[in-house]
Design a binder for this molecule. Structure first.
Ligand SMILES: Cc1cc2nc3c(=O)[nH]c(=O)nc-3n(C[C@H](O)[C@H](O)[C@H](O)COP(=O)(O)OP(=O)(O)OC[C@H]3O[C@@H](n4cnc5c(N)ncnc54)[C@H](O)[C@@H]3O)c2cc1C
Length: 475
């Protein structure tokens, strides 16, 4: 391979932006091809790189007890542009890392535009990338444009799976009745940049909740197209009306759970269910309805959500919606460095590889960029320990998943958030300092701490760092 040929990255989303940054930081030329604004997708609304299409949350930032918090920490240690811009644009969100979506996207775009070895080409790659491109990262996401998707399908022979992700509505803050709603984080937890009172809470009593569930179940929904009818939902992103159909109590144990919250307007009466809204922009003028992804028709959303106490006069900046998702059967198709076995000049990154989530997509972009860079330099990269969050995630995508499908059934490889289930088990169960066996929550937390401590040490070793204990909090 010629050292002067640029590496091409197709798609300037979470994964593609991070991949391009990693290549550029290795001192290599890279061309980032992004089709917006020339061609849009069903979910993107701007021409910014790394646009967040739904929630503004990167989820938990706890690197000791949470797998995605650990992934944040690992990405920061590897110089992630996405994490740097997220940290610089965070908004209060309890224990989560949430960002001002516009400020975040603008920061990523500006950093890439300013980098001397990055060229940004605003164009659609319609079909397979030209044969002359000897190293390509395809990071076109769940809404890959049809021409390229067809090209990939033709090459792999494998059908992509499709299923729904659903967008949650966003409400104007000043249209919420704070005489009924109140600010509080669950159990008053103050996370990074938070105060312990970051969420707006709307309480429902038993009757209001029952009427709300009935309205959801009976509400007018977007009908399925024929090809969509047999598509499985991703369980982490179920529309609320689908949860309501599973049983009247389901939402009370999911996004509408009332625990850890006390209504200051009526402190002696516990709400039967609570709708939470989280800040969506730096100004604090917009709030999203947490976990309220929906396929209800827009007029129905307005009618039904205005029955929630505090939202009677809610003005919606964005209503919920449904979108398609495209991803590869990666465990079969990709090698350990994310290259397509059938055509190794093509490497894949982001949600199209079958990971799920902003952070995971960016994480796979980070590693794809590093793999492509060392390959261009004629080197290889020591495999990441599978005990790290990054290693566990890549391991799952490129072979960790055990395929269980039978002929004629949908294949079993499904998009997956990073979670402790992807990590190899501990050699032995952690014990209390006095040597006694731990039980319940104590045991679960000790196990998570041991897994994340092990991951930190393994990544340090992989990076060639001195084996010194790292601070648990984000560096
Ligand atoms: C509707 C929806 C809601 C979601 N909500 C969440 C959420 O709330 N939280 C979460 O963690 N995850 C969410 N996800 C999942 C996932 O994390 C995001 O889709 C994430 O943006 C994926 O990152 P990516 O880089 O793989 O793809 P994207 O961020 O989508 O980036 C792909 C880029 O490629 C461009 N592109 C596509 N085809 C071409 C082409 N042929 N030529 C040039 N450019 C092209 C697109 O314009 C886009 O900019 C959601 C997904 C969808 C579809």
């Amino acid at each position: 391979m010629s050292g002067s040929n640029p590496i091409h990255v197709v798609g300037g989303g979470l994964a593609g932006s991070e991949a391009a940054w990693q290549i550029a930081e290795a001192g290599l030329p890279v061309v980032l091809h992004e089709m917006r604004p020339l061609r849009g997708t069903e979910a993107h609304q701007t021409d910014g790189l790394a646009e967040l299409v739904c929630s503004n949350s990167f989820r938990s930032d706890d690197p000791q007890l949470n797998a995605v918090g650990l992934l944040h920490q690992e990405m920061r240690r590897l110089g992630s542009l996405i994490m740097r811009c997220a940290d610089a644009n965070q908004v209060p969100a309890g224990g989560a890392l949430a960002v001002d979506r516009e400020g975040f996207s603008q920061a990523v775009t500006a950093a890439l535009e300013a980098h001397p070895t990055v060229t940004i080409a605003r164009e659609e790659i319609d079909g397979l990338p030209p044969a002359a491109w000897d190293s390509v990262i395809v990071a076109t996401g769940p809404l890959t444009a049809p021409g390229l998707a067809e090209g990939i399908r033709g090459l792999t022979g494998a059908e992509s799976l499709a299923f729904f992700d659903a967008i949650a509505p966003i409400v104007h803050r000043d249209s919420i009745d704070m005489g009924k709603a109140w600010f509080q984080s669950r159990y008053d937890k103050a996370g990074p940049g938070g105060t312990g009172a970051d969420y707006i809470n709307c309480p429902l009593d038993r009757e209001q909740y029952a009427a709300f569930i009935t309205a959801l179940v009976e509400g007018d929904k977007t009908s399925f197209k024929e090809w969509e009818a047999s598509t499985p939902y991703f369980d982490g992103c179920l529309p609320i009306e689908v949860m309501a159909e599973r049983g009247p109590e389901t939402l009370r144990h999911g996004p509408m759970k009332p625990f850890g919250l006390t209504n200051p307007h009526n402190p002696t009466v516990k709400a039967y269910a609570i709708v939470q809204l989280r800040q969506d922009n730096a100004l604090g003028t917009l709030y999203n309805m947490v976990g309220f992804q929906t396929k209800l028709r827009h007029a129905e959303q307005v009618r039904i959500f205005r029955t929630i106490p505090g939202l009677e006069n809610a003005e919606f900046a964005r209503l919920g919606g449904l979108h398609r998702n495209t991803y590869l059967d990666s465990p079969r198709l990709l090698d350990a460095t994310l290259r397509l076995k059938a055509e190794p000049r093509l490497r894949f990154a982001g949600q199209i590889t079958g990971c799920e989530g902003y952070v995971e997509s960016a994480a796979i972009g980070l590693m794809a960029g590093r793999f492509a860079a060392v390959e261009r330099e004629g080197r290889s990269l020591e495999p990441l320990p599978v005990t790290t969050a990054l290693g566990a995630l890549i391991g799952h995508i490129t072979g960790g998943h055990v395929s269980a499908e039978e002929e004629g059934t949908p294949r079993s490889f499904q998009p997956m958030n990073v979670n402790f289930g992807l990590f190899p088990p501990l050699d032995r169960a952690p014990k209390a300092p006095d040597g006694k066996r731990l039980r319940g929550t104590e045991k679960a937390q000790a196990k998570k701490r041991a897994l994340t401590d092990r991951a930190r040490a393994a990544l340090g070793e992989w990076l060639g760092e001195e084996p010194a204990p790292l601070p648990a909090a984000a560096e």
